[in-house]
Write a protein that binds this ligand. Structure first.
Ligand SMILES: N[C@@H](CCC(=O)N[C@@H](CS)C(=O)NCC(=O)O)C(=O)O
Length: 209
């Protein structure tokens, strides 16, 4: 019997990444909405994620936090969805998933906070410069193949694509054509549309409450 999945989120958060991934797997799940500055910091949720941050996924007795880990975990827990990498896709899959969770996320956030790493300290900064991160990401999504690991859509596209989509929408990522084209392909997916509609609806309901 399939173990129950509980998805802890807030619709205006990185939880949208995990929601998209859950919708891609096609497995049923129960959603627990948390409020920022409210239930997210209460003991019941802090026992799930001591960071007091969303998203988190509970699968039976197993808890996973961190969007990239949630995407990778669900891809492996539900192999029938075909979102885990084939052996020849693994290098790109891990490379770009970790690149997005590390250098990309960090450099976009530093920029949003108005912090520029001084040129002479770039050597010790794992994320490198914002310009180098943008250039590297652009090359990764400009390859002849439509997806980040090649011709097949995988969980790495959910994670990398979410960063690009969010960044294009809110200005954290430059509107380069390669980013627009790559994300445009992903946004056509039924699971992406379903996930977005569910979170938009939940956001409206939370605002009205
Ligand atoms: N590294 C985490 C980041 C999670 C995160 O920062 N979530 C934010 C919303 S996007 C949050 O829950 N903030 C609430 C708080 O810190 O009080 C991940 O990738 O899942």
């Amino acid at each position: 019997m399939t173990e129950k999945i509980t998805f802890y989120t807030n619709p205006m958060s990185r939880g949208r990444i995990a929601r998209w991934m859950l919708e891609e797997t096609g497995v049923p799940y129960h959603t627990e909405m948390l409020t920022f500055g409210g239930t997210i910091k209460e003991p019941a949720y802090m026992s799930i994620n001591p960071m007091g941050k969303v998203p988190a996924v509970r699968h039976g007795e197993t808890v996973v936090t961190e969007c990239a880990a949630i995407c990778a975990y669900l891809a492996e827990a539900f192999p029938q969805a075909g979102l885990a990498p084939q052996p020849d896709e693994r290098a790109d899959y891990y490379r770009w998933m970790f690149f997005a969770a590390g250098p990309l996320e960090t450099s976009v956030m530093l920029k949003a906070l108005g912090f520029e790493i001084p040129q002479e300290r770039l050597r010790m900064a794992g994320c490198g410069s914002f310009g180098d991160v943008m250039g590297t990401l652009e090359k990764a999504v400009s390859a002849a193949s439509p997806y980040i690991t090649g011709n097949r859509f995988t969980a790495a596209d959910v994670y990398v694509g979410s960063h690009i989509g969010w960044g294009l929408a809110f200005g954290g990522i430059e509107k380069r054509q390669a980013f627009v084209d790559y994300f445009g392909r992903l946004a056509e997916r039924d699971a992406y549309k379903r996930a977005t509609a569910l979170d938009e609806e939940a956001a409206k309901a939370m605002q009205a409450a």
